[in-house]
Write a protein that binds this ligand. Structure first.
Ligand code: ZN
Length: 219
């Protein structure tokens, strides 16, 4: 089915589906587990709208391209255009919060990184961004202090909290808007805490954002 943004409570959400802008390293514990350096400026990359899929249907699974890792992330839905914005304007532009997986073909990404090449084929493929329905901003009054976790086949793999981000949600959106205009319907992924690892076809997932759980399954 064609992906469309929607609210968890079923109320209408009339925003187009746009690009997804992501940050590469935004939690110290995750930077350490991959032996990466702490970046001096945020590392940004994008996924196209064709990467978005709903958690309600089995998540399409890339085969024959090496290990695919889960990265559970707070997702922010942009409701108003942001260009060269400050953090306060960014906060006002939020239309909702959700939880996403930044699926990553890790072996391919490592190969690309070692050659100094861009990461798109490892991170921007079709289905590379499974995404939950969105909570309205008033339903998550403290987005910078929310539990963020992922369970795979009944085992907790990632258990973090958004307060552990290096650059906060609204500062990140403001920074992004100095490089790429954020448009209504775009999504920002805010980085992953530690615990990333491989997934397999048929895995059963539970994604947690604050006190909201979302279940999903890999095709
Ligand atoms: Zn990520």
């Amino acid at each position: 089915m064609v992906y469309q943004h929607r609210y968890l409570d079923g109320s209408p959400l009339a925003l187009p589906v746009g690009k997804v802008v992501c940050i590469g390293r935004n939690y110290l514990d995750h930077i350490r587990e991959l032996n990466n350096a702490v970046p001096e400026t945020p590392i940004l990359f994008m996924k196209p709208a064709t990467a978005l899929v709903s958690l309600d249907e089995p998540i399409p699974w890339p085969t024959g391209r090496g290990e695919c890792h889960h990265e559970v992330e707070l997702a922010v839905l942009v409701g108003r255009e942001l260009r060269n914005a400050n953090a306060e304007r960014a906060r006002d532009a939020v239309a909702g919060y959700g939880v996403a997986l930044d699926l990553t073909l890790r072996a391919l990404q490592n190969e690309l990184k070692s050659k100094g090449h861009p990461w798109e084929t490892a991170k921007a493929f079709d289905g590379a961004c499974p995404l939950s329905p969105f909570l309205k901003p008033e339903s998550l009054p403290e987005p910078q202090a929310a539990d963020l976790a992922l369970q795979v086949n009944g085992q907790w793999r990632q258990q973090g909290n958004t307060r552990l981000m290096i650059i906060g949600i609204f500062e990140l959106m403001a920074y992004i808007s100095t490089h790429f205009t954020l448009q209504p319907g775009d999504v920002v992924l805010t980085g992953t805490p530690a615990g990333v690892g491989p997934l397999h076809s048929g895995d059963v997932l539970l994604l947690r954002l604050a006190d909201h759980d979302f279940s999903a399954r890999l095709a």
